[in-house]
Structure formats: structure tokens, C-alpha cells
Design a protein around this ligand. Structure first.
Ligand code: COA
Length: 170
């Protein structure tokens, strides 16, 4: 049975999230491998200590099948390499940066991802959320349909160009 939790110890779920991350982001257009999974684990374990960290995990009978996480950012803090400056909404207030959002393939299209995102953004003190998404991923269209607005592109050497999106948290 599906359940959604905010883990009491976010570090304790790092291994199961890494296993899920590895499965999901091995798919195109990402085609990530073990080195990328290690980067995920390093970033995640650093981010849990960040102020305003938030994570939601979906489990099915004890197995993690989806998750989303992010951290709060100071006013004006923005995506590196973005070709547009942060819009006024982001300059004026703290924002919530969504770093990962993933659902295991067999569980997609059933509202699991939506429920994770709704819970992740619920009751955030930051009025706006931001994220960077691969423009060729299905997720890009999902975000736009869900009311996210593209405000720029982020270009970082040796990494795919990413669309930078913002949306109100509530
Ligand atoms: C993005 C992702 C997390 C969505 O999870 P999901 O459980 O399939 O999403 P849901 O079933 O809750 O669907 C969310 C919305 O997107 C729509 N949607 C789902 N799949 C879609 C697709 N392939 N194309 C367009 N829209 C789609 C649904 O109809 C739903 O719309 P609604 O809320 O208006 O009803 C999942 O597809 C995934 O893990 N993708 C690979 C990883 C990824 O790209 N993550 C984002 C990185 S930034």
C-alpha cells in the first residue's frame, strides 16, 4: 500500500533514495551512471543539513518508489549559469529550490509524483519555488502544465542545458 512520509531522519533514507535515483535517472534523456549517483548522495547528505531542507518519500510496502526534496534559499540566490537574472519575486523573498523529483517507472501516471510535490510545497514559508529541469524530459511538460513558468536557461560546462522554472508554493 502506498504511503507518503516526511522521514524523521532524512540521512537514514539516503541509501534507499540513491537506489531509486539510480533506477530513475539511468533512463533517457538523463542516462546517468554510478558516478552521478555518488554526486546525488554527496549533495543530498550535504543538503539535509541546510536550513529549510524538505523531503517527501513515497513507499509501497516498505520500498521507496518516489521522492522529492529541496532546500530554502536566501533572497536573490539563483541558479548558477542562468542566462537571466532572478526575477523580482526571487530577489525580494526567500525561495524554495526543488532539487529532485522522481517516481519509479512502474508507479508513474497514477498521481504519486503530484502528491509528492503537493506535500513538498505545502506550508512552505517561502512564497516561490524554483527548479532546473532538462527541457527534453517529460517532467518539463508536466511542470508547465502544473503552472511552473520558465524564466531562463542554465548553462554549465559539461552538463546539459537546463530550463529554470518558478512557481508559487501555494
Ligand atoms: C516527473 C515525475 C516525477 C512525475 O511523476 P508521476 O508520478 O508520473 O506524476 P503524476 O502521475 O502525479 O502526474 C503529474 C501530472 O503530470 C501529468 N503527466 C504524467 N506523465 C506525463 C507525461 N509523460 N507527459 C505529460 N504529462 C504527464 C499527469 O497527467 C498529471 O497531471 P495532473 O496533475 O494535471 O493530473 C516522473 O515522471 C519521473 O520520475 N520522471 C523521471 C525523473 C524526472 O524527470 N524528474 C524531474 C527532474 S527535475
Amino acid at each position: 500500500m502506498l504511503s507518503y512520509t516526511v522521514p524523521s531522519s532524512p540521512v537514514a533514507v539516503a541509501d534507499e533514495l540513491a537506489a531509486l535515483y539510480a533506477r530513475v535517472f539511468a533512463e533517457p534523456p538523463y542516462r546517468e551512471g554510478p558516478a552521478d549517483v555518488r554526486v546525488f548522495v554527496r549533495n543530498y547528505t550535504e543538503d539535509v543539513a541546510h536550513p529549510g531542507f524538505g523531503v517527501v518519500v513515497a513507499h509501497d510496502d516498505g520500498t521507496a518508489v518516489g521522492f522529492g526534496y529541496g532546500t530554502a534559499r536566501r533572497p536573490g540566490e539563483w541558479w548558477p549559469g542562468c542566462d537571466a537574472p532572478p526575477p523580482p519575486e526571487i530577489v525580494e523573498c526567500p525561495s524554495f529550490a526543488v532539487y529532485e523529483w522522481a517516481v519509479d517507472k512502474p508507479y508513474r501516471g497514477r498521481g504519486v509524483g503530484r502528491e509528492i510535490m503537493v506535500r513538498l510545497l505545502a506550508d512552505r514559508p517561502e512564497p516561490w519555488a524554483t527548479l532546473a529541469v532538462h527541457p527534453h524530459a517529460d517532467a518539463y511538460r508536466i511542470y508547465i502544465r502544473a503552472g511552473w513558468r520558465q524564466v531562463g536557461m542554465s548553462y554549465i560546462a559539461d552538463r546539459p542545458a537546463m530550463a529554470v522554472l518558478i512557481r508559487r508554493t501555494s
